[in-house]
Design a protein. Structure first.
Length: 184
């Protein structure tokens, strides 16, 4: 069993109810660690999502408490993903600095990766796009990483990202009267 209980960090209404698999790897692999650095703190990454959703939270929390709570809790769930990824990167022999790999040319994370937006409707649409982009990156890495433990963890993280799409679409319907690329 993993030495960290990730379940205590879950936000029940903001993540999939299924448990996270044990965080372990078949063997150290620096190439896999490099791939995961992009999910960790690259252009499309957990760190970008956390920062973007926190920015949206800071803008909305006093205007709409429920919407602020959504952004806050989804960002906390993304922090859990980032923690899990950092643990995998270390187990693979990597160093989880706040940088990407291929998407950033190994440069450190940059605030330009965030979509700041002009209004809540555009922000929510961008947040949905960010979740879809993250899912695509995870699926690509599942195909490239031949480690059943890492694949299971990435598949589990995708389940949370799908919940976030549903939640953001619900907020978009409530605040803007539409949905955008709703997940099945």
């Amino acid at each position: 069993m993993s030495d960290i209980d990730y379940e205590i960090h879950k936000r029940p209404s903001y993540s999939d109810p299924s448990p996270y698999p044990e965080v372990k790897v078949v063997e150290p692999n620096l190439y896999y660690a490099q791939l995961l650095m992009d999910d960790y703190a690259g252009v499309v990454s957990e760190f970008t999502a956390i920062s973007q959703y926190l920015y949206h939270y800071f803008l909305t929390k006093k205007v709409d408490e429920k919407l602020g709570k959504l952004f806050e809790n989804v960002s906390i769930n993304e922090m859990l993903h980032m923690e899990i990824l950092s643990d995998i990167i270390v187990k693979l022999g990597g160093d989880p600095q706040i940088r990407g790999s291929f998407s950033t040319n190994n440069r450190f994370w940059n605030g330009k990766f965030i979509y700041y937006g002009d209004d809540i409707c555009e922000q929510l649409k961008a947040d949905i796009e960010a979740e879809y982009a993250a899912i695509e990156e995870y699926r690509k890495h599942i195909r490239l990483i031949n480690d059943r433990y890492i694949q299971a963890i990435l598949k589990r993280i995708i389940l949370d990202e799908k919940v976030h799409i549903k939640l953001f679409n619900k907020a978009l319907l409530e605040h803007c009267g539409c949905t955008y690329r709703d997940i099945d």
